[in-house]
Every structure is written in structure tokens, then in C-alpha cells.
Ligand binder design. Structure first.
Ligand SMILES: [Zn+2]
Length: 475
């Protein structure tokens, strides 16, 4: 009977938006272990030649910089579990790539370095990544195999994790010691400008499977990076994994990076865009309604606080009719509405308490038209308040939750399809809204998920980098 190769499975994942003022702490992470980990993350993956030994997988929803103590504690827990599984032939790490930690910086590089120390130079380390990862030389230098998603929006999460495990099994069974090469062209891309169903991303991602077919190459990845993580590793990345020939991997990675560079001017949003003022005016003038506008600078699905009032202020100023803001994060305002009660008039000092403190809250007067106490709260105190402020309706929530489909908005007490203008705090509209919006506009608003990268205050980003530094050269 042949013995199986022993592979430890674990991971840590977070897409860090370092422009968000809200830090990510230990309690924000959800941990899974054992069979639950294998089932949830790997959908019960099996391979005849390998035995998977689950350790810990922890992740948190997108948000601000991870506290040093949170990362250190999570890393120690993961390392202890891996240590207790020794001896190991390999480790599979389920990571994101854009985790940034207070004082430490690059989480994935730090973790991979420690895992390598623990398992020794002979074990094969395979890593799967989100294509929004900002990849460090430390991560690549301490891993043998790295592979990333090939779709945005992501449709190949499970497939990518399985590919990492298949490559790991293949390396062990064929007695290979794969080498990965990282090339980083000096370019940062706003996530919303890279959708793999559209050009130029579609063709670029299509080329990866051709690289994979080259004899001696095992896998290739193109990571667009996360522009909202301010780190020394923030940029696009190309990774090529070879069976053993580093030069071959290097040549192919460079060639691909040059292709990306050659197309740097071609990335685009593919939808109508405008400033807050332009988007609102276009929506008021539109014969197709409702017009869905993304408040993309305060995109809660990308980790923004969701409390900026720029659109609300402008809608009120121009006297927009049948307009809806879905939603706005302000727990104090919800509380105030709750104590006033349905039907009561309220004077609210609203929003801008977490982000854009320089602006200060917006003073509004409105009428509470609905209060909702959800099960996700304690079921007693309202977590959502619907407030009418003249012709503008406003869904106020106790947290930075997304309203990504019609049902969720309707559950807050208002039918979005009966409005003229609906402002949502996301970037690209999520499928249900996209499919049902007669017209949509990407509002290029300021905030911690600003698509105008020139407006963000980077401190760690390595310059020059395109498109911030227009004259950036790359050869
Ligand atoms: Zn992603």
C-alpha cells in the first residue's frame, strides 16, 4: 500500500483597504477548522495521492488596516496547527494577497516566511490568491506554487483552490520542486476597470492558458492588485510557475508583463461615468428611470464605511424628485429615529462621522416613515430607518451594509423601481441591479474607494507608477 503525501491546509484572508479609517481587529475574523474548513473552502476536494490535514482558515470582510495584534495572534494559531501536523510533505495556503498589517505591512509574505521556516526547505508550499492581491517577493520566494483567480467578478474561486492543490499533488507525485517567478510592471489598476468579461482584460486572461501549455511551465497568473491598499507591494503582478527552469518562467512572465504594459491605456470602466454633480444631472434629465448611480468612492462592498453624504447633499440641493439613497451608515441617527418613532419629524446630524470628518455631518430634517428591527440585530431595536426628506428617501442603517439587489432595498420599505434616481454604495452594480437598471452611472465620488487614484494620499506606494505618474517608463 502506498502512503499518501501529507498536506496541511490553512489560510488567512482579508482585502485591506488602508484608506478606510476603521481598523480590522481580531474579533472581525471568522475562523473555521477541520471538516468545516475542507468542506467550505475546498468543497470536499480529494486526490488519491494526498492526505489533507486541515488547520485553521480565518477571514474578515473587507475593511481597514489589520491590527498588529490580530495578525500576530491569528498567525500563531495557524502556525501551531501546522506544527502539530508535522512531518509534512506540503502545505496549501488559502490566501488573498492584499492583507496589510499595522507596523508589519505585508501579511502574506510574513506568513509564508514563517511557514517555510516551520516545514523546512524540502516541503512544497502551494498558495491560491485573489487576483486583487498585491504580491510581495517574500511571498513568492517562500512558496513553490502560486496561482490566482482568473475572473473578475470572481466566478472561479473553488476552481483556483483546486488548481493549487492539483499542482501541489502533481509536484509531489512527479518529484518536482517547482519555482515561481514574480514580475511587477509599474501599474496600478482600479478594480472596476478590470472586468474579465470585457477587453482588454478578457484577452489578457485568455493568454494565461496558452502560457500554461508551454512545456516546463505549470501555471501562470496575472494579478491586477488592489489599488486601495497602500503598501510597498501595491501594483499589478505576473507570476509564472515552472517545473524547474527559472529562466523559462522569467522569460514568459516578462513577456506577459510587457503585454500588460502595452495595454495600460486601454483599461476602462465600460459604463457611463460622472462626478456627483454630473451623475445627478444626467439622472434628472434621463427619460429612462430609475437611474441607478454608484457612489463608488464610498463602496461598502470594497470596505468603505458607507457614511458619506455627498450624493444626498447634492440631491437635496438641486431638489431632485423621487430619489433614494440606499443606504447610509449612521447608527446614532437610527437610534434617534427609533426614539422619535414612525411618523415623527426628526432633525438629524447625519453621516460623515467615520469618514470625511473634515466635512462634518449633514444637517437634515425629515420624517421617519419606517423602522425595522432585524434578527441580525437583537430583534428589538431597529437597525434600519427609512426617512423621507422632502422628495428624497433615505435608508439609514446601523452598519456599512450593501444594498446589492432589489429585494434587500424593498425589505427596507421602499420599491427602488418606482424611483427616478437610486444611489447605491457600490462600484459596479451587482447582477440583480445591473440586469434591472434601465440606466446606470458610475459616480466618481471621493472616499476610501475612490476610483480616481490621483486623489488618494499614498504614503508607501513605490513611485513612479502608472497612471499616477503619467511619464512612468518600463522596459
Ligand atoms: Zn477580489
Amino acid at each position: 500500500m502506498s502512503t499518501k503525501y501529507r498536506i496541511a491546509v490553512g489560510g488567512l484572508s482579508h482585502e485591506t483597504n488602508s484608506f478606510s479609517p476603521v481598523p480590522t481587529v481580531y474579533e472581525d475574523f471568522n475562523k473555521i477548522r477541520g471538516e468545516e474548513l475542507l468542506n467550505q473552502r475546498l468543497c470536499g476536494y480529494t486526490h488519491a495521492g494526498i492526505e489533507l490535514i486541515p488547520s485553521i482558515y480565518a477571514d474578515a470582510t473587507l475593511g481597514g488596516l489589520i491590527s498588529k495584534s490580530a495578525f500576530t495572534q491569528l498567525k500563531e494559531e495557524l502556525l501551531q496547527e501546522i506544527a502539530s501536523a508535522l512531518p509534512l510533505d506540503g502545505v496549501y495556503l488559502d490566501l488573498h494577497g492584499a492583507m496589510e498589517v499595522e507596523e508589519i505591512g505585508d501579511a502574506e509574505g510574513d506568513l509564508a516566511t514563517e511557514v517555510r521556516k516551520l516545514v523546512g526547505p524540502e516541503a512544497i508550499i502551494a498558495v491560491s490568491l485573489d487576483l486583487h492581491g498585491n504580491i510581495s517577493p517574500e511571498l513568492v520566494g517562500n512558496s513553490n506554487i502560486l496561482t490566482a483567480y482568473r475572473t473578475a467578478p470572481h466566478r472561479d474561486r473553488i476552481e483556483t483552490r483546486h488548481r493549487a492543490l492539483n499542482l501541489l499533488a502533481q509536484a509531489l507525485e512527479s518529484n518536482l520542486k517547482p519555482v515561481s517567478v514574480l514580475i511587477k510592471p509599474p501599474i496600478i489598476l482600479a478594480g472596476e476597470s478590470v472586468v474579465t468579461e470585457r477587453e482588454p482584460a478578457r484577452s489578457l486572461y485568455g493568454k494565461l492558458s496558452e502560457i500554461d501549455k508551454i512545456p516546463g511551465i505549470m501555471d501562470s497568473s496575472f494579478l491586477v492588485g488592489c489599488a486601495w491598499t497602500d503598501s510597498v507591494n501595491t501594483s499589478a503582478s505576473v507570476i509564472v510557475v515552472a517545473e524547474k527552469d527559472r529562466d523559462l518562467a522569467h522569460r514568459e512572465a516578462v513577456k506577459f508583463a510587457q503585454t500588460v504594459w502595452g495595454q495600460r491605456h486601454d483599461f476602462n470602466y465600460g459604463v457611463e461615468t460622472g462626478t456627483i454633480e454630473e451623475s445627478v444631472q444626467a439622472a434628472i434629465d434621463s427619460s429612462q428611470v430609475p437611474v441607478f448611480i454608484s457612489d463608488s468612492g464610498d463602496n461598502v462592498t470594497a470596505g468603505a464605511p458607507g457614511d458619506r453624504t455627498g450624493f444626498l447633499e447634492h440631491l437635496l440641493a438641486v431638489g431632485a424628485r423621487r430619489a433614494l439613497i440606499a443606504g447610509l451608515n449612521d447608527s446614532e441617527a437610527v437610534k434617534q429615529c427609533a426614539s422619535a418613532g414612525v411618523g415623527a419629524e426628526v432633525k438629524l446630524s447625519l453621516g460623515n462621522k467615520i469618514s470625511s470628518r473634515d466635512n462634518g455631518p449633514l444637517m437634515i430634517t425629515g420624517r421617519v416613515s419606517k423602522l425595522i428591527a432585524e434578527v441580525r440585530g437583537n430583534g428589538q431595536e431597529p437597525t434600519i430607518a427609512l426617512v423621507k426628506c422632502g422628495e428624497v428617501s433615505l435608508i439609514i442603517t446601523v452598519d456599512n451594509r450593501p444594498f446589492t439587489d432589489r429585494k434587500t432595498i424593498e425589505a427596507a420599505g421602499i420599491n427602488p423601481m418606482k424611483q427616478n434616481i437610486v444611489v447605491v454604495k457600490q462600484g459596479y452594480l451587482f447582477p440583480d441591479l445591473q440586469d434591472n437598471a434601465p440606466r446606470s452611472i458610475m459616480g466618481l465620488s471621493p472616499g476610501s474607494t475612490d476610483l480616481d487614484l490621483m486623489r488618494l494620499q499614498y504614503n508607501k506606494l513605490i513611485r513612479p507608477i502608472f497612471p499616477i505618474d503619467k511619464e512612468t517608463e518600463y522596459s
